[in-house]
Design a protein around this ligand. Structure first.
Ligand code: PLP
Ligand code: ZN
Length: 438
């Protein structure tokens, strides 16, 4: 017991000292929490708020429970709230407005007419989570809900098993909230993702193995040390953050739905929660539009969800990832089966694209919209292109592409494919010479 406490304090010398002896839930935490309780989606049992993602009765997945008779805001009231994911508070697992991670979400929705023409669809928009705060990926949304759950549960140490962006997000959020963070990543992560985690002073550990090995280790870590591992034992609260992307898309289109939404898939949580978010918008009566068709995108070198959908049995066969798209490299996706179901029920489909196509996707997005995305965004754009060519996205469709991370995090993916800039002396003739030769 004492050894891990001293590790933790070793990493974070500024951390206040009163918590030294206690790693687990602290007195005064859970008792007066504003966290909503959890309900088992398999057996329906209600559980008090806890850092537990599975039902103690039947091991089914837990989800926050929302009283159907709670007061709900009107669209006008919503429109007056601050521009962050907390404007949808009544659909998030907190009874009172959370105090941490106040500036996350409400990212731009940008129309992209040149890209729409390239895809051959009526209109296209980019939901640009490359500009999500504080760490420039969609993962800031899930950390915003998870870290507030950790605080409410009295946990002073958070962590994650990450393919990169979650590491950045947990490290950034934890730093500014004064929480200790332990971050576990696969050993072969991109340099940018490592730097953008370590800079925040988090304790980062590289694990020899795949993401799935890291994730298994983190389940043991969560149990053993009583930490809040955001995507493991806090997963019920984590996943709810994803669905705010659907709420924002509907509101930013003027309380309408697009015909189709294309989104990348790693563990399958985002597409599953997009479906949930759109359903909630409709249930709230904020639009009468039919629910959008949802399309999932993966890299061909790690496409267990796409393959399960294409095979038709919906059963996930774990794979060993081999792709440039490391942020999506989860071979055994936690929400894989649910994701297949969500895509199918929405009337959508899925596509897997190879590494060459994903690099092409990054360039196509950059050159048609001025947005630089990381490998996951390249997968999304390339998959949209493939789905359009296969006739899944149609000439009459309005389509939203979910761009989930910033391109400066994975520059090595595109660098080698780009032409080297000519090097000249500072003389006008040399510029003239360039112009005549090109
Ligand atoms: C994590 C992640 C996703 C989606 O992940 P899910 O596990 O499917 O929710 C998409 N894009 C990026 C850049 C990510 O980091
Ligand atoms: Zn249960």
């Amino acid at each position: 017991m004492s050894s891990h406490v001293s590790h933790r304090r070793g990493v974070h010398p500024l951390f206040h000292s009163s918590d030294a002896a206690c790693v687990g839930p602290q007195p005064g935490g859970p008792a007066n929490t504003s966290l909503r309780p959890l309900t088992c989606s398999a057996c329906g049992t209600l559980h008090p708020p806890a850092p537990t993602a599975v039902c103690p009765e039947c091991l089914g997945p837990l989800e926050p429970s929302y009283p159907p008779d709670r007061p709900l805001p009107s669209t006008t009231a919503l429109s007056r709230r601050p521009a962050s994911l907390w404007r949808y508070l009544e659909w998030l697992p907190f009874e009172e407005e959370p105090q941490l991670s106040r500036n996350t979400g409400f990212t731009p929705l940008i129309e992209a007419p040149i890209l729409a023409a390239a895809l051959g669809v009526r209109r296209a928009w980019i939901k640009n989570d490359a500009l999500c705060f504080p760490s420039l990926s969609f993962k800031d949304r899930v950390v915003a809900t998870a870290i507030n759950a950790a605080r409410q549960l009295g946990l002073d140490t958070v962590g994650c098993a990450s393919t990169g962006n979650l590491a950045n997000a947990v490290a950034a959020h934890a730093a500014r909230e004064g929480l200790s963070a332990w971050i576990f990543v696969p050993h072969d992560l991109e340099g940018g993702k490592l730097v953008a985690t370590a800079v925040f002073g988090a304790k980062m550990v590289r694990v020899r193995g795949t993401y799935d090995d890291v994730n298994r280790l983190c389940s043991q870590v969560a149990d053993h040390f009583g930490w809040g591992i955001v995507n493991v034992n806090l997963r019920a609260y984590y996943a709810e953050g994803s669905k705010t992307m659907a709420w924002e898309i509907a509101e930013q289109l003027g309380w309408r739905f697009p015909d189709a939404v294309v989104a990348p898939m790693a563990g399958g949580s985002l597409v599953t929660r997009l479906a949930k978010g759109f359903r909630e918008v409709k249930e709230a009566g904020f639009t009468g539009d039919p629910l959008p068709r949802l399309y999932g995108a993966q890299a061909a070198g790690c496409a267990p969800i796409v393959e399960a959908l294409h095979r038709g049995d919906g059963r996930i066969r774990p794979t060993i990832p081999r792709t440039l798209a490391k942020s999506l490299a989860i071979g055994s996706p936690a929400d894989g089966a649910q994701a297949v179901r969500a895509l199918r029920e929405s009337g959508g489909w899925a596509a897997a694209v190879d590494d060459l196509a994903l690099v092409g996707g990054i360039q196509l997005l950059a050159r048609t919209t001025g947005i630089f995305t990381e490998t996951a965004g390249g997968v999304t754009v390339a998959a949209a292109l493939a789905l359009a060519r296969q006739g899944h996205l149609k000439l009459t469709d309005e389509v939203v592409l979910c761009i989930t991370g910033h391109g400066l995090k994975t520059v090595e993916a595109v660098r080698s494919g780009l032409e080297e800039a000519p090097l000249i002396a500072p003389r006008l003739q040399e510029v003239e010479a360039l112009i005549t030769t090109t």
